[in-house]
Design a protein around this ligand. Structure first.
Ligand code: ADP
Ligand code: MG
Length: 693
């Protein structure tokens, strides 16, 4: 019951019965200021005690959930100085001791007479002993057990406010608060997405009969979060486009057509589609801002070259920036080779740190004068001394390897040039669209034909001699091999094989071959030198850490051996595997791992070569941890949605939001008023975005 009759969702929590100034303060620390905040406060997990084991039947070795009254408590020191909190529970079947090593402070929380739910393993320690991973105080002394379900929401808590108190507060007011809720979605949308009504969902989240029901409720609330976010993004994208005047190129069909006519290969269907999308962008008055995502070897460079030539045939310059000198050199080689039959003069300009001061000065001069129409380089391109005559297109390869400012610095070398970003680290499209806000995205999924296949195998230590023999045979046939280790030297992890140590050992194993070593602690010049030697087949076996992940294209390398494969993420393994299979010969990727727990995921990896699929697996594995800002995406914390597992929901939200914004861009129609209101409340930019009519 509440003190005020005119309760609304934006009423302060302090008007709720059971919330004094102290509690209101504690709730505010959790970001809960209004009663609506409390209603939407998401349990971060559930304790599923629908199957409770009687204390007397909790056997040693089993994982159990039990409920019992606390009969005694105490703190005991152990021999190793660890203080252990102990409580004996009792139910009709008998007593059971619970022990919390290292948590003597629980003495202040767990009291005699309380009804306790505990879950954890039972071990043998002077008798049966349960070591709870979780516990919940269900009732205090003298209180009866709660009537309703034993699926208990556990809420994020804070100092001075336990999750049990929060649960009590939510349960006490839930019905009153639910009465204030109206669902902004029409039934048709709910049916199309397969989500319950809002009230049902909120009730399910806070008071589920079982975990399935709770998950159904969570999905609905997750959808709403993603939907709001997608509305904001669709609107932001539309507004940004309006404000983004750029160069309107004309498809003159000169250089671009000649490139197509003289290519030594057929473009793949994806490459053709990518070129079409880019040409459409570039010939439109808006600035292109497009991300080209494609696995290694899908042929992004030629697509980028096409875009650069489109700029050049319009009298502009095109530049491509790569994260390493080696990659820049590789691009230069590819461009030069592809442009050869066109007789384009002068040839592409290279600007990298390794050039002499005089060479650099000359290059800068040609770039400033505009005689260099195609420019390839590294960070050297964004130095202050570099000026472009008329930059029309900025291409950034491996865009994630550059900081935001670095990317901007290249773009600012021109006057509103079009921008094409390349990445060989594909992520699911919907996620890319969410993370990269106003970027358009093109995918290259299929690979050019005629490539050798890459066979992937998972092996254990027992196979080492055979693997060495295989490498020896491949190298004897003129091929090359990579051998990858997770650490540089043994000081990092004594239990892992390290690159520096193994390079020495492999040199002894293969006395007839030259073994090279590259790792992240070497000077870039030293690393580049070894890489070049490998490129020129002067080094046969290249021992490396994951520094070689990005970039180098040595068609002659056919073996990729990855030791301690379990130490690498799936996306990383995929990048490493992409280093082989670049030529026509059959290639092999061998994962060496002796960790049985890792076998299933590594096995799954051996069975697919689809980078997008691996990206999804990887995302599920890692969660969103490494994709910085993702959870905060759009400036709002996602409480219910999880990018890793809710991709289909994200797609649905994106579709629905896109349709609505297309029809009613500023959400002025009456049936959209609730959407608009919610966004303006929750998003800092909401008001500004939807202010205009
Ligand atoms: P990535 O997408 O990894 O950057 P690249 O652009 O470096 O791939 O292309 C890898 C190699 O494949 C290059 O040697 C390139 O010339 C070649 N290539 C690109 N497109 C095709 C195609 N359609 N058919 C055959 N070979 C191609
Ligand atoms: Mg590339």
């Amino acid at each position: 019951m509440t003190r005020v009759s005119t309760l609304q969702l934006n009423t302060s929590v302090k008007y709720l019965k059971g919330v004094g100034p102290k509690r209101a303060e504690a709730l505010a620390r959790l970001g809960l200021r209004t009663v609506g905040d409390l209603l939407y406060h998401a349990p971060h997990r559930y304790l599923d005690a629908t199957t409770v084991t009687p204390l007397g039947r909790a056997h040693v070795g089993a994982e159990v959930t039990c409920v019992g009254r606390v009969v005694t408590t105490g703190v005991l020191p152990t021999r190793r100085g660890l203080r252990v909190f102990r409580a004996v529970l009792r139910d009709d079947s008998g007593p059971l001791e619970c022990a919390w090593p290292g948590q003597p402070f629980l003495e202040r929380q767990i009291k005699k007479g309380q009804l306790l739910l505990v879950t954890g393993p039972v071990r043998y320690y002077h008798g049966r002993q349960l070591v709870p991973r979780e516990f919940v105080i269900l009732a205090d002394e003298g209180e009866a057990a709660p009537e309703r379900g034993l699926v208990l929401p556990v809420y994020p808590a804070t100092e001075g406010l336990t999750h049990r108190q929060i649960r009590g507060l939510v349960q006490q007011h839930l019905d009153t608060l639910l009465a204030l809720v109206t669902d902004p979605h029409p039934a048709a949308l709910r049916a199309a997405v397969g989500i319950p009504e809002l009230k049902t969902a909120l009730a399910a989240v806070h008071r589920p009969r079982d975990v399935v029901e709770a998950e159904g409720g969570r999905r609905r609330l997750a959808f709403d979060e993603l939907f709001d976010q997608q509305l904001v993004q669709a609107r932001a994208r539309a507004l940004a486009k309006r404000a983004r005047a750029g160069i309107t190129f004309t498809l003159k069909k000169e250089l671009t057509t000649r490139l197509k006519e003289h290519l030594p290969f057929e473009l793949t269907a994806d490459q053709r589609r990518a070129i079409r999308e880019i040409a459409d962008d570039m010939t439109a008055p808006l600035r292109m801002h497009r991300l080209l995502m494609g696995d290694v070897g899908t042929g992004k460079t030629v697509v980028a070259l096409f875009a650069m030539l489109l700029a050049v045939e319009n009298g502009y310059q095109g530049a491509i920036m790569a994260p390493t000198e080696l990659l820049a050199e590789q691009h230069l080689a590819t461009l030069t080779r592809l442009l050869e039959p066109l007789g384009l003069r002068p040839p592409p300009e290279l600007l990298i740190g390794r050039l002499t001061a005089a060479e650099k000065a000359a290059a800068r001069e040609r770039i400033a004068a505009g005689t260099a129409s195609l420019v390839v380089g590294t960070h050297a391109l964004i130095q202050e001394s570099v000026r472009f005559h008329r930059l029309g297109l900025a291409v950034i390869d491996e865009q994630h390897r550059f900081g935001v400012e670095q990317r901007a610095a290249l773009v600012e070398k021109g006057d509103a040039p079009d921008v094409l970003l390349l990445t060989a680290t594909p992520i699911p499209r919907s996620l890319a669209l969410t993370l990269y806000g106003d970027l358009d995205v093109t995918e290259l999924r299929n690979r050019p034909p005629g490539r050798g296949t890459v066979k992937t195998a998972l092996r254990t230590e027992a196979a080492r001699p055979k693997i060495y023999e295989f490498i020896r045979a491949e190298c004897a046939a003129g091929r090359q091999a990579y051998v990858i280790y997770p650490v540089i030297d043994e000081s990092e992890r004594a239990d892992l094989k390290a690159a520096t140590v193994m390079a020495g050992r492999l040199a002894k194993v293969f006395p007839e071959l030259t073994v090279g070593l590259v790792h992240g602690r070497q000077k870039p010049e030293e690393r580049d030198q070894t890489m070049r030697a490998f490129r020129d087949n002067a080094v046969h076996v290249l021992v490396a850490t994951s520094v070689i992940e990005v970039g180098i294209d040595v068609a002659n390398a056919t073996v990729m051996l990855i030791e301690h494969a379990e130490r690498f993420g799936l996306a990383q393994l995929h990048q490493l595997r992409g280093r082989v299979g670049r030529g026509a010969a059959a290639s092999h990727c061998i994962l060496l791992s002796d960790v049985p727990e890792a076998a299933p995921r590594l096995q799954a990896f051996t069975e697919t070569t689809d980078g997008f699929k691996i990206a999804e697996l990887d995302l599920k594995e890692r969660g969103m941890g490494e994709l910085a800002g993702a959870r905060q995406s759009g400036g709002v914390l996602l409480r219910y949605a999880n990018f890793a597992t809710d991709l289909p929901l994200l797609e649905a939200a994106r579709r629905a939001a896109g349709e609505i914004i297309a029809r009613d861009p500023a959400l002025v129609e009456r049936q959209h008023a609730a959407y608009r209101e919610r966004i303006v409340q929750r998003y800092e930019r909401g008001f500004e975005l939807f202010r205009v009519g």
